[in-house]
Design a protein around this ligand. Structure first.
Ligand SMILES: Nc1ncnc2c1ncn2[C@@H]1O[C@H](COP(=O)(O)OP(=O)(O)OP(=O)(O)O)[C@@H](O)[C@H]1O
Ligand SMILES: [Mg+2]
Length: 241
């Protein structure tokens, strides 16, 4: 019975890109990155996005995460087009419903790992004490207990990546977009991080979208789609969901 209800929950679409076009104008040319791109993310799944370098994976994540408006097309979150709502809706969507682990971490250099991880909770007015407890807990979960008071310049690439993951999770988002979260990790650390993602998915039905170049990581996710020539082309189902 509980299996049935959890399967039913998992089938629901949480966020969807519908016919999204995105291009960049450079002085020499217009680069068409996303072309009528469609992607559905189901509630409760851990979805992988793979594709060649430069194909537009980060761009797609930024568009779906409310950070970069598409030229045409829409992003529907719980059925609402996020780019057609008020600024305060979009702000609340970004801060409250979505977490981001950026490809190049985007940690603030003057703040410690702990302060960086607390920041989204402070922006949401969660209070210093709550933000600190939550951030400390998550930093312990990602194996950063002994590096909390280091600044980003005093962290390795993999450590910075783990701080970025803790920061992305601190507001308990419905959906975490993680752009190459294991890019700087060795196999062991990568497996541990994916196991943490799987644990959060199991325990809290937390939805994840993970961009990865790693076949090893892709095999540990529920479903994998590939971005080719601006479109989602191949789909592989690893688990029955
Ligand atoms: N601000 C920008 N201005 C112009 N071109 C851009 C801009 N941002 C990205 N691009 C181009 O758009 C394309 C898609 O970039 P994107 O970062 O989404 O690729 P990606 O699939 O994430 O690549 P990688 O796997 O290397 O991270 C690339 O060709 C890139 O050069
Ligand atoms: Mg990228």
């Amino acid at each position: 019975m509980s299996d049935l209800s959890s399967n039913a929950r998992k089938q629901k679409c949480l966020i969807e890109a519908v016919d999204v076009d995105k291009s960049y104008a450079t002085p020499r040319e217009i680069i068409h990155v996303l072309i009528q791109t469609r992607l559905q993310v189901l509630s409760g799944e851990v979805l992988g996005i793979v594709g060649a370098s430069g194909v537009g994976k980060s761009t797609l994540l930024h568009v779906m995460g409310g950070l970069d408006k598409p030229i045409t097309g829409s992003v529907l979150f719980q059925g609402k087009d996020i780019y057609k709502q008020s600024n305060s809706y979009l702000e609340n969507f970004r801060n409250g419903h979505i977490g981001f682990v950026f490809q190049f971490f985007n940690l603030l250099p003057d703040f410690t790992a702990l302060e960086n991880a607390m920041l989204p909770a402070l922006i949401r007015n969660q209070g210093n004490r709550f933000a600190k407890e939550k951030a400390e807990h998550l930093l312990c979960e990602v194996g950063m207990k002994d590096r909390m008071h280091h600044k980003p310049s005093e962290l390795s690439g993999g450590e910075s990546q783990r701080v970025a993951l803790a920061r992305g999770l601190v507001n308990q988002p419905d959906l975490l977009f993680a752009d190459e979260p294991t890019g700087n990790l060795d196999h062991h650390a990568s497996d541990q991080l994916i196991e943490l993602i799987r644990k959060l998915n199991r325990e809290f039905n937390q939805t994840f979208v993970v961009v990865t170049h790693s076949q090893r990581v892709a095999e540990q996710l529920d479903r994998v789609v590939e971005l080719v020539d601006g479109k989602i082309s191949a789909v592989r189902q690893n688990l029955v969901i």
